[in-house]
Write a protein that binds this ligand. Sequence first.
Ligand SMILES: Nc1ncnc2c1ncn2[C@@H]1O[C@H](COP(=O)(O)OP(=O)(O)OP(=O)(O)O)[C@@H](O)[C@H]1O
Ligand SMILES: [Mg+2]
Length: 291
Amino acid sequence: MTATLTIEGLKVAIGAANVLRGVSLEVQPGEVRGLVGESGAGKSMLGRAVLGLLPANASVTAGRIAFEGRDLLAMQEAERRNLLGRRIALIPQDPMTSLNPVKRIGGQIGNLLRHHLGLSKRAALMRATDLLNEVAIREPKRVLSLYPHEISGGMRQRVLIAMAFACDPALVIADEPTTALDVTVQRQVLQLVERLRLRHGSAVLFVTHDLGVVAKICRSMTVLHAGRVLEEGETANVLVRPRHAYTRALLAATPRADRPAEALRPVPPDLTDQLWSEAHRLDQVPAAGAA
Ligand SMILES: Nc1ncnc2c1ncn2[C@@H]1O[C@H](COP(=O)(O)OP(=O)(O)OP(=O)(O)O)[C@@H](O)[C@H]1O
Ligand SMILES: [Mg+2]
């Protein structure tokens, strides 16, 4: 079976600074893989590299990204853009800045459907109504006629989730889709992602720094720190028998229902400092096999 996403030895630099230092990971069809790590680990950069949306000053300096066996980095720009939003979709971190503030919700969903699926205006409107129903938005017709600022943050995130799954993508990259939301809404959003990915048969790369979320919805997980993979595997195995000290520290810092809040231990700064210096030291060493 061809993996949905294969990343091998991916290095990304912003100017002289390395942000991904040889990352490898796979996402199988229909799988949900968690990508966890603290702020600055490079989680969003990884997602953006897959989507072909790296910032202008960033570049891929080594490695390979394949989507369903096709090399994304070798692909023509137009071909790659055509995958975006259709076969590979994004649920972004910030629902406010990800919708166009001066366009009605209906127009934005409609454009996507007409562009990627070639639907007529009328068919797109009907499909958009269905999609909002799918994400449990009441009065979908009314919501389609509103502007993003006229609906709540939770609703905006639902709209973005609906848009991400609209074209039955093979892969959805969810970049901390619940961070900006309060706890109740977070839970609803997680359930939605779970329901939609099953219905649409999509694999998901779920970016988060919350191991609780990973335990709930991810079959496999990758722990990223300073642009390096420290540990990966089936979630059940990694969480029960973490091999890396950093994963153990993350676990000790994660609230759990069966543990009093006092038992929480923040990740020791010494450990993260040590890992950062390790990463910087590795930057100085030429890669094995390099000329
Ligand atoms: N536009 C940018 N220009 C320069 N450096 C950037 C830019 N965006 C991110 N970086 C740097 O790249 C590194 C990785 O950032 P990234 O956004 O991928 O982290 P992250 O794991 O997604 O963190 P968070 O959990 O805070 O979202 C960080 O050191 C960050 O400072
Ligand atoms: Mg991020």
